[in-house]
Design a protein around this ligand. Structure first.
Ligand code: ADP
Ligand code: MG
Length: 453
């Protein structure tokens, strides 16, 4: 039996063809608000925002859509439209009635904790993420059997949450009987603390120890949280012994965790650890084009290329740039030209535009990353655990801001300018021999920019 999966792909492709076929204005008018809804057994339902709209698109485009789908899939697919006002999930029940009059369609369920848009279908593969993608897919198809546990790590905006939720979404639809829990490490921690306060920790334990697939996002948050680590350690053991699937994400590899108990560290290192790297130019283009299609807007190729040449950091930044362009185009009701895009996005682009990154932000983010307090960086202590992060912070300040070495020295507990120069030199030398240092610094800088925006 065909699943909705395949038709969604055909639908996406059909939209591309229609877009090539009709005028931009026409396309924006009639296709921007039409969405893939569900499909099964040679039938496909598209959502439209109103009855008027439904009548119009049925008259104008139904046969065109069906013909294209026929060509693409090799068989006839009957298309129907369903009026669905957006952003009103509570209306689902009512509108479902409308579909019930026609032969039954199995609606793809959505897991309450998951965003259904974070699926494998929408994840663009490139060499930077392919291994992580394939591992995640294999896990979703064989929970508890392949790669258990698994840790996906990488910098901000590179798709960790997307993949983690894609695992949840796919195993949820393939294995409806499994208990799947997605939670951020922060929520896990808060729930745990609350359960102690309210004397319900037995319930908390039962809840997490009875799941089949446990997905915990951003476990770097657990650094320094001793009791929560302890609790997770026991949860881990219970699930591991029962062959239940666990997948975690973090912003760094396990070796770079600070203030994490050794025994939990060894648990995370078990199984598979895979990284997500920033996408290269070709992948950025593919990702941006996919996002443009998803949003059903028209953006000229030269703009796409220009954006991808300038935004190299991560996918979230690409999305932000796109959102900004679309918002502008809608606001002034003009199509997006190269010139407009350049002007609208100039803040995103200039890599030396770190104007709003202050020494304070740098100190805060570096100290947080290394599990120190900001005062440690400014203080007198010279132990390696503090001196090294301090040197990194000084190096980043010199790299991103206009402060002189003397001024930087003052901001770091009244140190001499030669100390600052020495620190920067140390970091530069070390980057030549330690290949993990530069990515770490880049990651920190990205976090600072993110923080600023
Ligand atoms: P992270 O959790 O690593 O910070 P997210 O998973 O939140 O990053 O990704 C940021 C945004 O970029 C999300 O909207 C996500 O859908 C999108 N994204 C990331 N990687 C990809 C990809 N390879 N293809 C399509 N979208 C992606
Ligand atoms: Mg995330």
């Amino acid at each position: 039996m065909k699943t909705g999966w395949d038709y969604e792909i055909f639908w996406k492709e059909a939209v591309k063809q229609i877009q090539d076929d009709i005028s931009e204005q026409e396309f924006l008018m009639w296709f921007r608000y039409m969405d893939y809804l569900v499909s099964e057994d040679s039938r496909l339902v598209l959502s439209v925002p109103s009855s008027f709209y439904k009548d119009q698109v049925s008259q104008r485009y139904l046969s065109k859509i069906e013909n294209i789908l026929h060509e693409l899939s090799g068989h006839k697919i009957v298309v129907s439209f369903k009026v669905q006002k957006k952003l009103a999930p509570q209306e689902d029940k009512q509108t479902d009635q409308a579909v019930k009059t026609s032969p039954p369609i199995i609606k793809r369920k959505t897991h309450p904790q998951l965003n259904k848009d974070y699926n494998f279908n929408r994840f663009v593969r490139g060499e930077n993420n392919d291994f992580a993608y394939m591992a995640s897919y294999a896990i979703a198809k064989n929970p508890g059997k392949a790669y258990n546990p698994c840790l996906i790590y990488g910098g901000v905006g590179l798709g960790k949450t997307h993949l983690l939720q894609a695992i949840g979404n796919l195993s949820y639809s393939d294995f409806p009987n499994l208990k799947i829990v997605y939670v951020t490490a922060e929520t896990f921690t808060n729930e745990f603390i609350l359960s102690i306060k309210e004397n319900t920790s037995h319930r908390f334990k039962n809840r997490y120890r009875s799941v089949d697939v446990l997905l915990i996002d951003d476990i770097h948050f657990l650094q320094g949280k001793v009791e929560t680590q302890e609790e997770l350690f026991h949860t881990f053991n219970a699930l591991y012994d029962a062959n239940k699937q666990m997948v975690f994400t973090s912003d760094r590899p396990v070796v770079e965790f600070k203030r994490l108990s050794d025994r939990l560290r060894s648990r995370f290192e078990r199984g598979l650890n895979v990284d997500l790297l920033p996408p290269n130019y070709e992948t950025r283009i593919a990702i941006l084009k996919t996002k443009i299609e998803e949003k059903k807007v028209i953006i000229p190729n030269e703009v796409v290329e220009m954006v991808c040449q300038n935004i190299k950091t991560n996918v979230r930044d690409l999305e932000k740039a796109l959102t900004k362009l679309i918002a502008y185009a809608e606001l002034v009701n003009r199509s997006i030209t190269l010139d407009i895009a350049q002007r609208q996005l100039k803040d995103f682009f200039s890599h030396h535009d770190h104007k709003n990154i202050t020494i304070d932000i740098i100190q805060r983010i570096v100290s947080e990353y290394f599990g120190l307090s900001q005062n440690d960086l400014k203080g007198k202590k010279k132990s390696k655990a503090i001196a090294f992060p301090r040197q990194i912070a000084m190096y980043i300040v010199r790299d991103l801001t206009e402060y002189s070495t003397t001024e930087v020295g003052l901001e770091f507990g009244g140190r001499d300018h030669t100390t600052v120069m020495h620190a920067c030199q140390r970091i530069e030398d070390r980057m030549k021999t330690d290949s993990t240092l530069e990515p770490t610094i880049q990651h920190l800088i990205r976090t600072m920019k993110e923080h600023r925006m």
